[in-house]
Structure formats: structure tokens, C-alpha cells
Write a protein that binds this ligand. Structure first.
Ligand SMILES: Cc1cc2nc3c(=O)[nH]c(=O)nc-3n(C[C@H](O)[C@H](O)[C@H](O)COP(=O)(O)OP(=O)(O)OC[C@H]3O[C@@H](n4cnc5c(N)ncnc54)[C@H](O)[C@@H]3O)c2cc1C
Length: 512
């Protein structure tokens, strides 16, 4: 095993928390190495960035080989199967919960619907820890919205598939007013209806959104119209010296065994198959809720290279997510075009529960290797979803080589409310909603939460693991509460907050 490298800061994972943290630290002039297990994706912007090796998003027959990276099932002999190390999604299957996450340079930003929102709880960050408050977090949200070019939809930019157009005169549902201001991370056309190719800062090319296409959703957007983290955060930070190593999967973390400050990281380079070991003064974990918790549990309980963390794995939240497919099947409609998120509806007064249900397109349908009648049907369907604050009382545990999640949906009224909403909607509309019977979340949160002390939390208000100086958690695993709306703005704001603390410690300079 090679053991020669020393780094000042190593960030693990390039999603919302990791990209925000790595970019801000590198732009402050500090040496940063970012390790990401997934590949760079092949897009118009990454071509302009001259990234030499790029993995296409799964399309056509590639959907069968490139869709799934890893399936984690604790009850299988090996704890799961990795099908393709360049695959797009990872699934965690547990007793009462399924979790979907992804794998790419840029993390979940390639598969997300690009909905940006602040938590509806206006005191979300207050009373979590003495180092944390709404006031402290405010500039970090503002920085995220600015960097991602988050846009508010104006009436002339609202695509035809949006609920405000489709259900304006409906007698079964009304348009739900969002609980918080919702913005979208898309390059919207300057002239509506006339999308153009644009060259932005650092010579990066992107297309504006074309509302006659539906290629922007969970299968990735090759055109660059969706604002992804590789473009908004990593490209400028790489100009400032950030080093990104793709296809490098961190396996374990160890407190320096020679008694020095800092940590040793072991990672697997998927390109060469070699295991590499390196030293870092500061390690920032941002591998997403499931993989950050897995790395910490594995390093504490299997390799015995980290110390006690009594609250590790506790307070997992599925963000109240429930999803279904609403088989609207109206002849002559194509609901797959436009933006992936089409707004929210709710049942009319008297049809309780009036839980808001968001409509999302089924994206990229023309690229599925399915018979024409199946594709036609999918274009006339919407992915309908509900979410809300849950009890955040799940527990993540190591189980063989995988993770198990103990979760009781009955403890959180939000799940029954959404399922009942689906049933009533189905009855009123006369069109079936096919839903999973158990929660399946794309917004996993918690497990290494921020808080006051090690008996209730894993990290403090600056993201540093209690009793582990120099080890930080900068992603969704550290969220102190369930959020109940799409969480990326909060996760990136947290990554930025963690970075600001590290910059202050290393340079004495206050950044945000
Ligand atoms: C289909 C879908 C649609 C969504 N839409 C929205 C939306 O519109 N708005 C919203 O706010 N949220 C949305 N989300 C949720 C959002 O994507 C996640 O909440 C967010 O990506 C989590 O950020 P993160 O930084 O915690 O982790 P991630 O973004 O998941 O990033 C973690 C990264 O770490 C890498 N990694 C994992 N393990 C290792 C390891 N051992 N070594 C090195 N690297 C590793 C992973 O490959 C990944 O790239 C959506 C999610 C999905 C799946």
C-alpha cells in the first residue's frame, strides 16, 4: 500500500455539502484534495472544462447497465451487490425504509429536480448548539442561491406542464401555495421559447432550458441547463487549486497512529484497483447521509480506528418522503416536457387531508429502451410526491458489509397523511396512484447530527466530531432536524458554514 501523501485538507464526497466545503476552502488559498467515488459525467459543461474521462448518463440500453451502481440489502450474504462502479444510483433497502442516493462528481446535483428552498421552520437552526443560529446561517444560504443562480419563476417562464396551467380550472384539486419561496437551479431562457447556447464564467458552455424537451430530471442533464455542483462550485475552485480525484472511494478513517494530529484515510482507486493510504491534517466527511454514517460506523466498530461517538447512527430522518406514479393517461398530453418539478397541488376543502402533493415529470422518456406504448403511458403520468417533517427517530446500524435502518413510519403522522392523500386523489380523479406501501426517501438526513454534546449529537455547531479534533461532517448526515422540504439549500449552506470555521482556524480570517 502506497503511504506517502500528506494533505492539509481532504474532503470525502462531492455532493452539496462536500462541493460547497471543498470549493470555499480551496478558494481561501488552502490546499484541498477532494475524493469522489463516482465518475465525472459527460455534459456540455464538463467538455468545456476539458475533463478527459467522462461517463455518459444512462440512456437507451445503457439504462440497464448504467442506472444502478450498488444495491445494499442487509439480508443478502455480502450485504449487497455493486453492479457498476460508474453507475448513477445507489439503493439502500431496509425493513421499513428505502433510501435512494447517487454517485458522480457533483453528487446528487446530477439527479435532482433542482428545487431550492429554505426550511419552512423559520427557527430551524436556532437552539441547536451555541455556535449555530438562523443569523449565522443566513449568509450561507444567500451564497448558495447566488452561486447556483437560483431563479424564481416568472409567469412567462412557467412551462405548459406546470400545475398552475394544467389544474387552473380543476374541480378536484387546487394549486398549493408553497410553504416557503421555491427557486429553481436552471439556466432559464433569456427569451422564453428561444433557448440558446451560452458561455459563462471560466469559458464554461451550457444550454438554456428548452421547454419542448424533458431531459433534465433524475437521469441527468447532458445539456448543462440544470445547474450542477461540478459547474457552479468545482470548476471555479479548480482554477483556484482544488484537486479532484474521481473514482476514488474512501474505505476507512483512522486517527493518526503515530500520535500526531490528523487522520489517515484509506481509499480504493477504482481506475487502477489499488488501495492508497494518505495523511490529512483535516478530514471533511461529505459522502451523503448513508455513506458518511457508514464510514464512521465502520471506522469505529470494525477497524477500531476512531473513538467513541455515542449518538452515531441516531436520529435518522426520511424527510417524510412518499412517492407514487399518478397514471393520468390523458390522450394527447406529454407531461414529460419542461422542468422536472411541476409545482404542487392539494385536495379541495372537505377532502382532508389537504397535504400538498408535488408533481414531477417522468424525465427522458424518449431515451428508455421500452416499447412505444409504455413510453407513451409514462409521458401521460406524473411522479407524485409528498413530504414533511417526520419524527426523525430512525437508527442506522452496521449490518454485515451494509447498513440496516430501524424506522417506524407509524411514529410520524406525515406518512399516513400522504398515503391517505394519494387514495383520495385516486378516487376523485378516477386515475390510479401506484405508490410504494413503505417510505422510500431521496432526502435522507441525520445519523451524525449537529448538537450540543456527544450524548445527543455527533458534531458540534461547526461540524467537528466531538472528541475528534480535525474531523468534520459537512453533509446531510449532520442536519439537526427533519426539514420537510427539499434540503439541498440547507445542506450546501451547512457545508459552507463548516468551511468558514475551518478557514478561520487555519488562516485566522473570517470568510462568511
Ligand atoms: C431523484 C432525486 C431528486 C431530488 N431532487 C431534489 C430537489 O429538487 N431539491 C433538493 O433540495 N433535493 C433533491 N434531492 C435530494 C438531494 O439530491 C440530496 O439531499 C443531496 O444530494 C444530499 O447532499 P449530500 O451532500 O448530503 O450528499 P450527495 O449529494 O449524495 O453527495 C455525496 C457524494 O459522496 C460520494 N461518496 C459516497 N461514499 C463515498 C466514499 N466512501 N468515498 C468517496 N466518495 C463517496 C457519492 O458518490 C456522492 O457523489 C433529490 C434526490 C434524488 C435522488
Amino acid at each position: 500500500m502506497k503511504n506517502s501523501e500528506k494533505h492539509r485538507v481532504v474532503v470525502v464526497g462531492s455532493g452539496f455539502g462536500g462541493s460547497a466545503a471543498a470549493a470555499l476552502i480551496a478558494e481561501a488559498g488552502i490546499e484541498v484534495l477532494l475524493l469522489e467515488r463516482g465518475p465525472w459525467r459527460d455534459t456540455v459543461p464538463t467538455r468545456a472544462m476539458n475533463i478527459p474521462e467522462r461517463q455518459p448518463f444512462p440512456r437507451g440500453w445503457g439504462l440497464y447497465t448504467g442506472f444502478l451502481r450498488t444495491l445494499n440489502v442487509p439480508y443478502l450474504p455480502g450485504g449487497g451487490i455493486t453492479f457498476n462502479r460508474r453507475g448513477l444510483f445507489e439503493l439502500f433497502y431496509a425493513k421499513n425504509m428505502e433510501v435512494v442516493c447517487s454517485s458522480s462528481v457533483g453528487g446528487g446535483s446530477h439527479v435532482y429536480s433542482a428545487v431550492h428552498a429554505r426550511p419552512p421552520n423559520l427557527t430551524y437552526w436556532d437552539n441547536v448548539s451555541p455556535d449555530l443560529s438562523e443569523d449565522i446561517m443566513k449568509p450561507h444560504y444567500a451564497a448558495f442561491f447566488e452561486r447556483m443562480g437560483s431563479a424564481t419563476m416568472t409567469p412567462e417562464r412557467i412551462p405548459p406542464s406546470h400545475v398552475s396551467r394544467r389544474f387552473a380550472d380543476s374541480r378536484i384539486v387546487e394549486i398549493a401555495k408553497p410553504r416557503v419561496e421555491v427557486r429553481v437551479g436552471f439556466l432559464l431562457p433569456e427569451t422564453p421559447g428561444r433557448p440558446e447556447r451560452k458561455t459563462g464564467p471560466h469559458g464554461i458552455e451550457r444550454y438554456e432550458v428548452d421547454y419542448t424537451s424533458g431531459d433534465y430530471g433524475f437521469l441527468g442533464d447532458p445539456s448543462g441547463a440544470k445547474t450542477t455542483l461540478d459547474v457552479a462550485y468545482l470548476a471555479p475552485a479548480m482554477k483556484a487549486g482544488l484537486e479532484v480525484r474521481d473514482l476514488c472511494e474512501v474505505l476507512a478513517i483512522a486517527k493518526d497512529h503515530e500520535g500526531n494530529a490528523g487522520y489517515r484515510l484509506d481509499y480504493l482507486d477504482h481506475r487502477t484497483g489499488r488501495r492508497v493510504s494518505l495523511q490529512a491534517d483535516i478530514v471533511v466527511l461529505a459522502a451523503g447521509t448513508m455513506n458518511t454514517v457508514k464510514l464512521l460506523l465502520h471506522s469505529r466498530d470494525r477497524t477500531h480506528t476512531l473513538g467513541e461517538m455515542p449518538a452515531l447512527g441516531q436520529r435518522f430522518s426520511g424527510n417524510g418522503d412518499v412517492r407514487g406514479l399518478w397514471d393520468l393517461n390523458e390522450k394527447g398530453t406529454d407531461l414529460s416536457v419542461g422542468l422536472p418539478s411541476q409545482g404542487s397541488i392539494k385536495l379541495l376543502e372537505g377532502d382532508e387531508p389537504r397535504q400538498a402533493l408535488s408533481n414531477n415529470s417522468v424525465p427522458s422518456v424518449d431515451h428508455y429502451p421500452f416499447p412505444a406504448f409504455v413510453r407513451r403511458r409514462l409521458k401521460r403520468s406524473v411522479v407524485i410526491a409528498g413530504m414533511g417533517e417526520d419524527a426523525m427517530d430512525g437508527v442506522i446500524r452496521l449490518h454485515k458489509k451494509s447498513l440496516d435502518i430501524e424506522f417506524e413510519p407509524d411514529n410520524s403522522p406525515v406518512y399516513a397523511r400522504i398515503m391517505q392523500g394519494f387514495k383520495t386523489l385516486s378516487k376523485r380523479s378516477g386515475r390510479r396512484v401506484y405508490a410504494f406501501a413503505r417510505p422510500a426517501t431521496v432526502h435522507p438526513l441525520g445519523g451524525a447530527c449537529a448538537g450540543r454534546h456527544q450524548n445527543e449529537a455527533v458534531v458540534d455547531g461547526r461540524g467537528e466530531v466531538f472528541n475528534h479534533p480535525g474531523l468534520f461532517v459537512a453533509d446531510a448526515a449532520a442536519m439537526p432536524r427533519s426539514i420537510g422540504v427539499p434540503p439541498t439549500a440547507s445542506i450546501a449552506a451547512w457545508g459552507s458554514r463548516v468551511a468558514a470555521g475551518i478557514i478561520e482556524r487555519l488562516t485566522g480570517r473570517h470568510s462568511l
